[in-house]
Design a protein around this ligand. Structure first.
Ligand code: F6R
Ligand code: MG
Ligand code: MG
Length: 382
């Protein structure tokens, strides 16, 4: 049977700051999804959170972009927002950018990752969900999973994987995507996805049979709203085993806590720290950016599981490194490269400061500089 997995997420308000969702909002969202299951719109669901983001994990047979499924998610977030408002939770309704549903939840605030495929005899999947970062945060681990034999032994050993994978890469600024093949075009892939704020690995397909292996949320809230209203804390779904990365290979890709953009006020680089569900709460400097992973099997369109994948001493060293990197980065305070470059910052107080100070900048007569001597900088090899 063909099954669709839809993970739709939103920050509709949280407890004690941008910290953690409240159980009452989760409970009311759960009621909405239960009803949708009774009504036969969805086959199954699981609700969780990472930090202040509520994550609706749903299975169904209606395909991607289905307006009924999207409406269910929208209603769940709307109902949860009402509870968030009643409880006075912080930033209630933050990610819901519209008052009414218009057929497709994309572009309305929530992040969406959906994938439809023929259910295998056994269909293991992992869902990775992060808080205080952006979709490009998954570029490096997805590259490792699907293109790096030092991470994924299957690329060498499993004949189904040996043919390589196609990477669909989205340019979020132009709204265009390009598909590049690994391993032949590896260097081109890296040339793009090394700029994760702009180029995002949106999907990966297995070459040979074109089976879809992953999907990532790509709705950057800043671009949707015309201004930055919050980092789009991302979700990645990965199909596992027998021609896809083994679970252990997917997890191995997160053993290095790489630096990602987000963290405090969506304006800082920090390490992506894989944690258990229990520790999926933003704390130090509103972070460090957190990642959880849940493992499921899909059977006859139903979810079996989950297993809390990073609730494991095997990731203690990763977390320790992340904490050391956290300390190191924090010592830079408001200085780059801990702080993002101005164009990437969620908060735009810096340009406003420049406006205010405009008239106070005076020509520095004793310094060679300005437009006339621009070529000097360009040709300088110092
Ligand atoms: C980052 C985030 C938090 C907030 C910070 C300030 O994505 O959610 O780090 O930016 O807590 O929040 P406000 O401006 O709402 O006080
Ligand atoms: Mg938030
Ligand atoms: Mg968040």
């Amino acid at each position: 049977m063909k099954v669709t997995i839809s993970v739709i997420k939103a920050d509709i308000g949280s407890l004690a700051g941008h910290h953690v969702t409240h159980p009452d909002t989760m409970a009311v969202a759960s009621k909405v999804l239960s009803q949708a299951k009774k009504d036969g719109i969805i086959g199954d669901f699981y609700i969780t959170n990472v930090g202040d983001d509520m994550e609706l994990i749903m299975t169904h047979t209606r395909g991607v972009y289905d307006s009924k499924v999207h409406e269910v998610a929208w209603n769940a977030f709307k109902e949860a927002t009402k509870v968030a408002q009643e409880l006075g939770l912080y930033a209630a309704g933050q990610d819901l950018l519209s008052d009414s549903f218009s057929g497709n939840i994309r572009g309305m605030g929530p992040g969406v990752a959906e994938m439809e495929f023929e259910e295998r005899k056994s269909e293991p999947i992992a869902i990775f969900m992060a808080d205080k970062t952006e979709p490009g945060a998954f570029n490096l681990p997805v590259y490792k999973m699907f293109a790096d034999p030092f991470n994924t032994a299957g690329l060498v050993i499993d004949p189904l994987m040996h043919v390589g994978f196609n990477f669909e890469i989205l340019d979020v600024y132009e709204g265009e995507s390009v598909t590049l093949s690994s391993p032949e075009e590896l260097y081109d892939i890296l040339a793009l996805i090394g700029t994760p704020s702009r180029y995002i690995v949106r999907k990966v397909f297995r070459r040979g049979d074109d089976e879809q292996a992953t999907v990532v949320t790509v709705d950057r809230l800043n671009l949707i709203a015309g201004k930055y209203v919050g980092k789009d804390d991302p979700v990645l779904i990965v199909r596992l085993q027998h021609g896809f990365p083994a679970l252990g290979e997917a997890l191995e890709a997160f053993s290095f806590p790489h630096l990602v953009a987000g963290w405090m006020r969506g304006s800082h680089y920090g390490p992506l720290m894989p944690v258990s569900q229990r520790d999926a709460r933003a704390t130090r400097f509103d972070g460090p950016p957190r990642l959880i992973g849940l493992g499921f099997n899909i059977k006859d369109g139903k979810l079996v599981g989950p297993s809390d994948l990073f609730d494991d001493p095997a990731f203690d060293e990763t977390r320790r490194t992340a904490n050391i990197v956290t300390e190191y980065m924090r010592r830079h305070g408001p200085f780059m490269p801990h702080r993002l470059e101005p164009s990437e910052m969620e908060y735009t107080t810096l340009p406003k400061i420049m406006e205010r100070l405009k008239g106070r900048f005076k020509k520095a007569e004793d310094v060679k500089g300005g437009k006339e001597s621009k070529h000097v900088n360009e040709t300088s090899s110092d």
